[in-house]
Design a protein around this ligand. Structure first.
Ligand SMILES: [Zn+2]
Length: 215
């Protein structure tokens, strides 16, 4: 079939392939290295099981390949004292986090000293960078959960700050041309008996909501 004769079913296939969601990943099981090595050496010791030469046995070559892959290096930080362990994205990330925690501790200690409080029973915050105690899937699952929690905390904090900043905004006063009264954005009506602008009466803040007048 030449390229000029692409029929409609081929086009339909292409369109279908482009609009389809990706296929789900094949299920993967995690096996300890020691167990995988034991299975491999057991197979190698019993070539009759392979039925054919070990060099062409698929199971043997898959295991050999998997075991030859470099070890995935994952890092965590361990806070001595509370004994908490947190997964990190990389060693650099772990070192940065450990340094920040250390500095945070030093600052708290310095603040205590500045307030004239005793630091006699103060324990310096020690955070170590250590290889991860979790296998990769678990490591990243915990990391993802912590990152999502952190994100939610930040959003909540941002909303709190936005709500606090709200009173800083002004209250819009709109003058009714017929009556001369002002309708305020916060739902009140004000009549200035002598007319004129609120500023002429020394009014800069809304009597009803306390915000700065925007007229
Ligand atoms: Zn108001």
């Amino acid at each position: 079939m030449s390229t000029e004769t692409i029929d409609t079913s081929t086009v339909e296939h292409i369109i279908q392939a482009l609009s389809e969601p990706p296929a789900p990943a094949a299920e993967v099981v995690t096996l300890g290295r020691q167990m995988a090595e034991r299975i491999l050496s057991w197979l190698e010791d019993h070539p009759a099981i392979a039925g054919i030469a070990l060099s062409t046995c698929e199971e043997v070559s898959v295991l050999r390949q998997a075991l030859a892959e470099p070890k995935v290096e994952l890092w965590a930080i361990h806070s001595v004292g509370p004994g908490e362990v947190y997964p990190c994205l990389s060693k650099e990330h772990a070192e940065r986090e450990a340094k920040e925690l250390f500095e945070q501790g030093e600052k708290m200690k310095a603040d205590r000293i500045a307030r004239g409080e005793s630091v006699e029973h103060w324990h310096d915050w020690v955070t170590n960078v250590t290889p991860s105690p979790w296998e990769p899937a678990e490591h990243f699952e915990i990391l993802a959960e912590e990152t999502a929690d952190h994100r939610n905390d930040l959003i909540a904090r941002l909303e709190e700050l936005e709500a606090k900043a709200e009173p800083q905004k002004s209250c819009k006063w709109t003058r009714d041309e017929d009556t001369g009264a002002y309708e305020t954005a916060c739902g009140a009506t004000w009549h200035l008996f002598d007319g004129g602008e609120p500023e002429e009466h020394g009014q800069y803040f809304c009597h009803h909501c306390g915000k700065q007048i925007d007229d």
